[in-house]
Design a protein around this ligand. Structure first.
Ligand SMILES: *[C@@H]1O[C@H](CO)[C@@H](O)[C@H](O)[C@H]1NC(C)=O
Ligand SMILES: *[C@@H]1O[C@H](CO)[C@@H](O)[C@H](O)[C@H]1NC(C)=O
Ligand SMILES: *[C@@H]1O[C@H](CO)[C@@H](O)[C@H](O)[C@H]1NC(C)=O
Ligand SMILES: *[C@@H]1O[C@H](CO)[C@@H](O)[C@H](O)[C@H]1NC(C)=O
Ligand SMILES: *[C@@H]1O[C@H](CO)[C@@H](O)[C@H](O)[C@H]1NC(C)=O
Ligand SMILES: *[C@@H]1O[C@H](CO)[C@@H](O)[C@H](O)[C@H]1NC(C)=O
Ligand SMILES: *[C@@H]1O[C@H](CO)[C@@H](O)[C@H](O)[C@H]1NC(C)=O
Length: 809
């Protein structure tokens, strides 16, 4: 009921018109401060203040109220605005409240490439941003696919024996491939490289004769060879492809990853241009070796991701370093904005389709057995790649970037970093919402550069971000900053209106000298009301130079005062609508402490003692001491922490008075007086004892002779102090248990569990058998896949009926 009332009152506050004036923004009105926390006033330094949204700092030298009390320097920015004239003003030029500063540094219009300049597809290119924590900035930028954007296509081909016919076909189709791409962009370069595998056992036979000629009419095996540099002279492509000789190896997977890595990182050797769409077409009819496989051939050194090509374009570290991993490839692909197109035969498609999902900006297409569809495949993949765009960034964890766009105008603005259905010339507007989530601990990270880039394109919006985590007046060289300042008694650093003291000094103006004040041991003795407490200034102020300085309150109408900040003019009860003593008694004294009467224990063993001797009286209420044994409690601190309470003591009397049972019932003392009559109290019969537990009343229960649970409550009359006992007339008796039922139930349960276990075992073994069988089936299928070039499976190969493998290595 209480909770409901609270909920209703909160709701009333929320819908009251006063609140409605500030929709969505933190309420800065002091009167509402009772309900909404003002996060600013507790901030003690300018940088802390700056890092709190909507707060501003006053760096005025003496920022005090009219009677000289220091005011909170950090406050809601509206508090310092011109409108709030009722407050002590901080001149506007002394208010530290910087806004986000956004500046465009480079903003070249989107344009196509010409002989004078490169194409521009992202605008703006470079911006700078100064931001406060948690205050977002929306950065608008554009992407447009330029007409005639340069395209570099490097064709990387598996040249093991089985690809011989593909090679022939490609050399015939070379001109068509070039013509088709030139139809898309006039700025087209074509290059060519090939690979087989590492020349070590077990990938390649190292029998000397086989090393020279692994198969009839084959060239010696090699890892990766770069044949033709990217060039606009596409007519040499066909010749280069024709001239490249096929080779042979032993196992089915090939060393394509080595080739991809070199082809990407050897930027100069391959001839990749800085600003071009980079396509790497990878064509093969076999699987691939990856990191770890090198161990089979005794190669343990991991791939270093550097270029190792000699002057003839041969990969020199093929037998020295392991194959790269998928993530290494992905990393280099991202770093160099390359789009890999896997053009693979149908039976390999599933594997490469999975690989494609793990490499940014790559795709996979199905190659016909003799590569006759290569031109359509490349064209289709190119169009798929260029018709969609995805924005990414490399901002660190303390910066959050969220993207919004309506893409090609096909819907409302939504949160997305991907758009599809683009055509040459369609302009897409993105909005990047940039937020500093928190100030990094290391001040060097307060300035950082990050880029927002379209995947696969070497262009970006470079953002120079400066996080405003510190006030300018906290840095040397600013007017608000002075070392050994007179304001700080000549030995502190004055910054933003406050003093930062060296270790030997303390105080608001560094005026307290540890040595001279003789504060060697207890600096804080003057801030503690007595020896028994350890809390300083009642936790409502700072202990400065051995004296309490009470904290300012959020609400300026509330004043904390007293030597130990023990007094205030807001927390005690109102009398006739006035606070305690009322204004005629003056506000400077401690209104609440006028009398200790309400703290005097009216009853019990501690009668007439102040707070039962276990607490002190403060503002008319007992503050109970905390001792080694624990915290005293109760309105008059009468409950000691380890006391068992009076339940046990009272039980025999309650038993005999109410239920005529227990140790005292029907017994007499030596004078013949009924023991029950000697009980020092009367019981009050009630229906439900719990209802009588209000503040200090205690609930007791005991088990009576008939095994039933009885409940009573005791307490003291709040004015006379007389012991009062309320006894519940009804007892809770245990239900008689049906022994037979329990036994039968247990037996039944055991049987049921047994049956269930047997059933589960049956289900598990069935599933297990099915899985094993499925795996066996799959392995059989895999064996078929591998059998092509594994000598152990040679006999199987001869019975395999796939015409494309017929007679091939
Ligand atoms: C190039 O485009 C033109 C017109 O769009 C078309 O007629 C021609 O067949 C295309 N050539 C190639 C090689 O695709
Ligand atoms: C991207 O372009 C810049 C010049 O604008 C160039 O310095 C950089 O090397 C290029 N990056 C790649 C991976 O091509
Ligand atoms: C993001 O990438 C740019 C360009 O490569 C680099 O200058 C910047 O330092 C990177 N930023 C982060 C935070 O890694
Ligand atoms: C506080 O402690 C000092 C010595 O530790 C003692 O002399 C003094 O009487 C104590 N004061 C009170 C109020 O207990
Ligand atoms: C508390 O005291 C201050 C200063 O004396 C006064 O301005 C304020 O109105 C008082 N607050 C209340 C609630 O009476
Ligand atoms: C009230 O009690 C405190 C200790 O709790 C004592 O310091 C103070 O003098 C007492 N005031 C009066 C008016 O008795
Ligand atoms: C004593 O308790 C009754 C309710 O049990 C309450 O109405 C009354 O105000 C209390 N008196 C005092 C002095 O607290």
């Amino acid at each position: 009921m209480r909770g409901l009332l609270l909920a209703i009152s909160t709701l009333t506050v929320l819908i009251s018109p006063g609140y409605g004036q500030f929709p969505g923004s933190p309420v800065s009105d002091y009167r509402s401060g009772l309900f909404v926390q003002n996060p600013c006033v507790s901030k003690q330094t300018c940088s802390e203040c700056l890092q709190t949204p909507t707060c501003a700092w006053c760096m005025k030298e003496d920022y005090t109220s009219l009677d000289g009390a220091p005011l909170p320097r950090c406050n809601q920015e509206t508090h310092f605005s011109a409108q709030s004239s009722s407050r002590v003003q901080c001149p506007i030029d002394e208010v530290v409240n910087p806004n986000n500063v956004f500046r465009v540094i480079q903003n070249i219009d989107l344009q196509r490439a010409s002989q004078y300049h490169e194409a521009v597809q992202v605008q703006p290119q470079h911006v700078s941003l100064k931001m406060r924590v948690n205050e977002a900035h929306n950065l608008d930028f554009f992407y447009e696919q330029a007409q005639d954007y340069p395209v570099d296509l490097y064709y990387l081909m598996d040249l093991s024996k089985s690809m011989e016919d593909d090679k022939e076909k490609l050399s015939k189709l070379g001109d068509l491939l070039a013509a088709t791409m030139q139809n898309i962009t006039s700025n087209f370069k074509l290059g060519f490289g090939s690979f087989v595998d590492k020349v070590v056992m077990p990938y390649v036979s190292t029998v000397p004769k086989k090393l020279e000629e692994p198969c009839d009419g084959c060239a010696a095996p090699y890892g990766y060879k770069h044949h033709m540099r990217l060039s606009t002279d596409t007519s040499t492509f066909s010749g280069e492809v024709k001239r490249a000789q096929v080779s042979g190896n032993l196992d089915a997977p090939e060393g394509g990853f080595d080739a991809i890595m070199q082809a990407i990182v050897c930027k100069n050797e391959i001839g990749w241009r800085d600003k071009a769409r980079k396509l790497l077409v990878f064509s093969t009819d076999a699987g691939f070796h990856y990191a770890g496989d090198g161990k089979l051939g005794g190669i343990v050194k991991p791939n270093d991701g550097f270029c190792h090509l000699d002057s003839k374009g041969t990969y020199t570290h093929s037998t020295l370093q392991d194959y790269p991993s998928v993530s290494q490839i992905n990393h280099k692909v991202k770093e160099n904005s390359v789009n890999v197109i896997f053009a693979v035969t149908e039976e390999q498609f599933d594997v490469y389709n999975m690989l494609q999902a793990n490499i940014e900006g790559s795709s996979a297409g199905t190659l016909s057995a003799d590569s006759s569809n290569i031109v359509e495949l490349v064209k289709a993949q190119y169009q798929a790649i260029t018709s969609s765009i995805e924005m990414k960034d490399n901002a660190t964890g303390s910066v959050r970037v969220t993207y919004y766009s309506s893409c090609v105008g096909d819907g409302p603005v939504r949160q997305t970093n991907k758009c599809s259905g683009l055509r040459v010339g369609s302009r897409v507007q993105f909005t990047a919402k940039i937020e500093v989530v928190k100030c990094p601990k290391d001040p060097r990270e307060w300035r950082q550069k990050f880029q927002i880039y379209p995947v696969g394109i070497n262009e970006s919006v470079l953002v120079d971000l400066e996080m405003m985590c510190q006030c300018e007046c906290e840095q040397p060289g600013n007017p608000g900053y002075m070392e050994n300042a007179p304001q700080c008694s000549g030995h502190g650093t004055y910054m933003c209106g406050i003093c930062q003291c060296p270790t030997d000094f303390f105080g608001r103006r560094c005026e307290c000298d540890r040595e001279n004040l003789g504060f060697h041991g207890d600096l804080e003795a003057g801030c503690r009301p007595d020896n028994t407490t350890t809390t300083l200034c009642n936790n409502r102020g700072d202990c400065i130079c051995g004296k309490c300085e009470c904290y300012p309150r959020e609400n300026p109408d509330e004043i904390v005062s007293g030597d130990y900040c023990e007094c205030d003019n807001f927390s005690c009860d109102r009398y006739d609508g006035l606070l305690c003593s009322g204004p005629e008694h003056g506000y400077s004294a401690c209104e609440c402490r006028a009398t200790n009467e309400t703290c005097i224990t009216p009853y019990g063993e501690h009668i007439n003692k102040l707070c039962s001797g276990h607490g002190s009286c403060s503002c008319g209420e007992c503050k109970c001491f905390e001792t080694e044994e624990g915290q005293f409690s109760g309105r008059f601190c009468e409950e000691c922490p380890t006391c068992p309470g009076k339940c046990e003591e009272l039980t025999p009397c309650v038993q005999c008075l109410q239920f005529q049972s227990g140790t005292l019932a029907d017994k007499e003392d030596e004078f013949g007086v009924d023991l029950c009559d000697k009980c020092p109290f009367d019981v009050i019969e009630v229906e439900k004892a719990e209802d009588y537990v209000r503040d200090d009343e205690r609930l007791c229960t005991f088990i009576d002779d008939d095994d039933c649970r009885a409940t009573f409550v005791y307490g003291y009359h709040n004015s006379t102090g007389q012991l009062m006992v309320w006894v519940q007339t009804t007892k809770e008796c245990p239900v008689v248990v049906d022994v037979m039922g329990i036994i039968l139930g247990v037996i039944g349960a055991i049987v049921a569990v047994g049956l269930l276990l047997i059933l589960m075992w049956k289900v598990f073994t069935t599933i297990h058998d099915r899985r094993e069988f499925a795996r066996f089936e799959k392995e059989r299928a895999m064996a078929k896949w591998d059998a092509g070039e594994n000598p152990i499976f040679k006999s199987a190969t001869s019975t395999y009926k796939n015409p494309t493998y017929n007679g091939k290595m």
